[in-house]
Design a protein around this ligand. Sequence first.
Ligand code: AN0
Ligand code: CP
Length: 317
Amino acid sequence: MKKFTCVNDIGSLPKALAEAAEVKRNRFGFTHLGKNRTLLMIFFNSSLRTRLSTQKAAMNLGMNVMVLDVNQGAWKLETERGVVMDGDKAEHLLEAIPVMASYCDVIGVRSFAGLKNRDEDYEERVISQFIRYSGRPVFSMEAATRHPLQSFADLITIEEFKTKERPKVVMTWAPHPRALPQAVPNSFAEWMNATDYEFVITHPRGYELDPQFVGNAVVEYDQNKALEGADFVYAKNWSAYMAPNYGKILSTDRSWTVDARKMALTDNAFFMHCLPVRRNMIVTDDVIESERSIVIPEAANREISAQTVLKRILEAL
Ligand code: AN0
Ligand code: CP
């Protein structure tokens, strides 16, 4: 595997899931693959899970790991070519990328959407430049439009907990005080559409996602109706995608918060969220603390999704 930014890069999902299960059973069975190989993780944005789970995954494979927080101690990086660099950015990505690549074998990048210019975000300008100019395999640790390591972990988790061959999975928008990217919902939708699950998306009007990600999913604007018979409830906030409101908060309506009354409409569904989650905005304390909440095993599976992806990258080096 030369890059991992979207569902297509993983190929067959049944194969990837079988490999993930093998990795989970035998985490330390592949240390020969990473010996004397170095992973560089570059963060343009904050992280708890991605940083720790990906580092752990790399260590399980015997790799050395370096982490760079671009906004803490590194030079501020310019990402656009042609800019007169007379502002606060001391270095250009076009030098920084090959320099960083010279110190490592594999690169992971986290770079969120700016939420100001939709075209720029959806062109994935930052991670694309890493792919183009590093000469190294590059994987996304959440880019502007997708978060594939999260979606892969979500899929592994659903497979582990499902009791029906074809569960009903409902992704619901929920309120949040800050404008968040569409990467997690886009990516989750992309991965769910690659399965044969029943997949429903529910959100207030105005929060329609990019049709390329919605695909064949059913969009139901009535959250209560969408939740009927659900086996998995996947909550997430996102800001508006549709012009002219790109990146804006259109609603903080707490009637969309996932509470016990909402969960009672489901078929005793499991509750999922990628975390970090704002309690009593996205989900109530009692629901996230309930027996049906699987947010912790979901987060734990981030180690497994990252290790499966890194294993494939190392095998192709
Ligand atoms: C980020 C987001 O919504 O994309 C990261 C989630 C994994 N969340 C926040 O910034 C709160
Ligand atoms: N779910 C997730 O990616 O969490 P972090 O932002 O903490 O890495």
